[in-house]
Design a protein around this ligand. Structure first.
Ligand SMILES: Nc1nc2c(ncn2[C@@H]2O[C@H](COP(=O)(O)OP(=O)(O)OP(=O)(O)O)[C@@H](O)[C@H]2O)c(=O)[nH]1
Ligand SMILES: [Mg+2]
Length: 316
């Protein structure tokens, strides 16, 4: 029997759809453990096959509940679903966010659903690196849809756009008056907008405000090829609007593949992944060579941080 972390065996098992193997492979890749590059190299071969949906929006908008409903919908279509719950603010290693976990937990024992939480550990480019690594494992595992939940805190919204194919932005009627103040970033990156909690008062106004803010209604004569971000109302709690939402998500995936925009986005994703790989490597290797001698030289003013820094980068 092969050792439990034997890369060749792990790769085979992941490709066969083995969740235990995927879980182990994911830890290795995310933590940059030995063998991570061997695994990552193989898993990358499946990149671009699954639709990666970024589910973003303000805290408490219902992203996890909605994600749970989408899982249910995809499973009814016999699709395999991967879910990544990303918490940029958490520093708990391998952290599971209990609430989020619970909301998608009904699917946790379904072998067509693979769920994993990712927490930032304060590494430089750590989270983005981890997300890409995790995505490639899920792609190799054979997922058709990959849902990535992130909390929208401005910067991360932009980040999710460089990782996902489709960005689903979730708001609520309570945000109706805040639409004007909504971060420009969110408006620009959203491919599909959902006013969740439509069971609460004010959903029509929220949808109308959002549409107005997006400048829709003025684009009737625009190029047919361009994607107009739809604004939907849904109640994740009452399972309303889920089918319509899934339809729009499929529509966007078709649009991406038919228009060439999908290829352009994938290219951007690879560029970002490469950028973070290089950054991590260069920084790590330079930092590793900072030793006490260097610090002593700084103390005695034999050198200065810029000069020594430049030298360390050059010899990297
Ligand atoms: N009334 C109503 N409540 C909802 C709906 N969807 C979610 N909720 C509730 O809103 C709260 C937050 O839901 P979550 O799914 O955890 O929201 P989230 O956006 O994932 O939250 P964070 O991950 O903490 O940012 C929970 O108490 C849900 O039960 C809905 O459609 N209607
Ligand atoms: Mg959540």
């Amino acid at each position: 029997m092969p050792a439990k972390n034997d890369p060749t065996d792990l790769i085979k098992r992941v490709r066969r759809g083995d969740h235990v193997a995927a879980s182990r492979a994911l830890s290795i890749v995310v933590n940059d453990a030995p063998a991570s590059e061997v695994l990552a190299k193989e898993f990358f071969k499946a990149s671009g096959l699954a639709q990666k949906v970024g589910v973003s929006g303000p805290p408490g908008a219902g992203k996890s509940t909605l994600t749970g409903r989408l899982i249910g919908h995809y499973r009814s279509q016999k699709l395999k679903v991967g879910v990544l719950m990303v918490d940029p603010s958490s520093s708990i290693s391998g952290g599971a966010f209990l609430g989020d976990r619970l909301r998608v937990m009904e699917h946790a024992t379904d072998d067509g659903v693979f769920i994993r939480s990712l927490a930032s550990r304060g590494m430089i480019g750590g989270l983005t690196h981890a997300i890409f690594g995790a995505i490639h494992v899920l792609e190799a595992l054979g997922c058709d849809k990959i849902l990535i939940e992130t909390v929208g805190t401005g910067q991360d919204e932009v980040e999710i756009a460089s990782v996902a194919d489709t960005v689903l932005y979730v708001t609520t009627p309570a945000m109706g008056d805040e639409i004007q103040a909504m971060k420009a970033g969110a408006m620009e990156i959203g491919d599909i907008f959902v006013v969740n909690k439509a069971d609460l008062a004010g959903k029509d106004k929220a949808v109308a405000d959002l549409k107005a803010a997006l400048g829709l209604g003025h684009s009737a004569g625009q190029a047919l090829k361009a994607w107009e971000p739809p604004v939907l109302a849904a109640s994740a709690k009452n399972k309303e609007g889920i089918l319509e939402l899934a339809k729009e998500l499929d529509g966007h995936w078709k649009h991406l593949r038919a228009s060439g925009e999908g290829r352009a986005r994938l290219k951007r994703q690879h560029a970002t992944e490469l950028q973070f790989w290089i950054q991590r490597r260069v920084i790590k290797s330079a930092l590793e060579r900072v030793n006490d001698n260097i610090l002593e030289e700084l103390l005695s003013h034999k050198t200065d941080p810029a000069s020594i820094g430049r030298k360390l980068l050059k010899n990297g």
